[in-house]
Design a protein around this ligand. Structure first.
Ligand code: SF4
Length: 65
């Protein structure tokens, strides 16, 4: 799996961090998403799918490898 985020569109809702804390974080200053792991391990894939579904701004995209 390869994950991408569009930080321009992120509104800092934080749903991604709640769903997949090992893959996403939020910057301290603006709360914008930070992608910690663009190629997460298999055990995190379901959480990434959840994060993409929950993100209200449609920021998270992924390709299944
Ligand atoms: S859930 Fe979406 S809008 Fe909210 S912080 Fe994460 S990437 Fe940004």
């Amino acid at each position: 799996m390869r994950v991408r985020v569009d930080r321009e569109k992120c509104c800092g809702a934080g749903q991604c961090v709640l769903a997949a804390p090992g893959v996403f974080d939020q910057s301290d200053e603006e709360g914008i998403v930070v992608l910690l792991d663009p190629t997460p391990p298999a055990g995190a894939h379901a959480a990434v799918r959840d994060a993409a579904a929950f993100c209200p701004a449609g920021v998270i995209a992924f390709e299944e490898a």
